[in-house]
Write a protein that binds this ligand. Sequence first.
Ligand code: HCA
Length: 462
Amino acid sequence: MLRILDTTLRDGEQTPYVNFTVDEKVEIARLLDKIGVDMIEAGDPCVSPKVYEAIKKIASLGLKAEILAHSLATKAGIDKAKECGVDRIVILYPTSDIHLQTKVKKTRKEALQIIKEHVAYARKKGMKVRFTPEDATRTELNFLAKACNTAIKAGADRISVADTLGIMQPHLFYNQVKELKDSLFPCELDVHCHNDFGLALANAMAGIRAGANCIHVTVNGLGERTGVPDISEVIMSYHILEKKTRYKIRYLPGLSSYVEKVSGFFIAPNKPITGQNAFSHKSGVHTDGVLKNPKTYEAFDPALIGRERKIIVDKYTGKRAVQSKLDDYSIKVSDDELKLIVAEIKHIGDERKILHDSDILEIAERVTGKTNEVIPKNINALILISVETDVYTTSVVRHLKNFKYIQSVFEITGEHDISAYAEVISTAELNNLLEELRTIPGIKQTSTKIVLKKHNGINGKG
Ligand code: HCA
């Protein structure tokens, strides 16, 4: 059975410029536990006092997941992990020649002795042990097997096959994991795949096919350099493509948003599963298909994970999508008017990057000659922002444009420096957005106005 180990709190916090507070780590661990992940790698207690504190706190929560501490092969690290009360310790030691010769400066023989001694020491302290041969995928296979078997004989019951540099390809990793598994004493195998070539998830799935049973993930694919597989992508791949998982998938987007907020690491719109565009459809052919039957262009119903499909209207759009957008606002138009609206959208769409709903409604008003007074369905807000005097306003604007709920941004004169127009679905989401905005360096103050009604055109006329 597939197992998921989440290492957001360890490898995830190794992402450049990401630091979680103890409370944030506790919340992430609780959310992971709610989803049902099997193991949570809570950190290396030797890194800092706060990392130690967080591991200890998480280990005391009584979560269903097994809690792990990571450690180098040192007795001090093992002792600290024990103090934290974790279920399992990971002993990390490199096995590739380049790491042995140039980093830790040990011979293979010395490495085996160090592995044996520290795994045995941790077992004696009563903790379960996973051994990670660091840089496993660049380690000569016979020596890799020897190092892993040394750890297993000393008491480790899990081995993590670490593709530390992310240099594997699925067919090669499959062979390597299979050969390794065939040469090992009984134990369970994890796969830890870095994403340097964008192959981490594919490699991890190949490793599972080859006999491993646990994939290491992080929320939003955080991790050293380019990270490791994203929890939502891994779980949904198994749920939909392999038709097997036992995780509570509906909580995945909430976890992703929370980590996006507290990490300050914004997810790309085109990120699978949790990205803004994952269920958006744009071209006329696609929107026509989706509006007739969503299965034409969706591998699964976004509602499964509490998300909604979105139809984008711009120059690529056909009549059906525009009609559905107008239906959303209960705006009735004749077939001839619809054709004119589509033509106008294509015309304007050639000049513009984005067409907002308000633009489309404005076009509809112009074409039909009827004024629409639209009360927004979602919460629309004008956020007025003041920036610090020594800050280049445009750099803050650039930052704001990456926020998924912000529709447009203006640099303005007067009391404030920037006006941002946001569309969110709830006050909670607005609150989160404002909190995120306040963390942007250079933002001094925000003042938010909720939009009650939108009136398009001059004096409400088209
Ligand atoms: C690192 C170590 C590690 C460990 C993986 C594991 C790696 O941060 O360099 O314990 O399974 O990739 O080798 O993340």
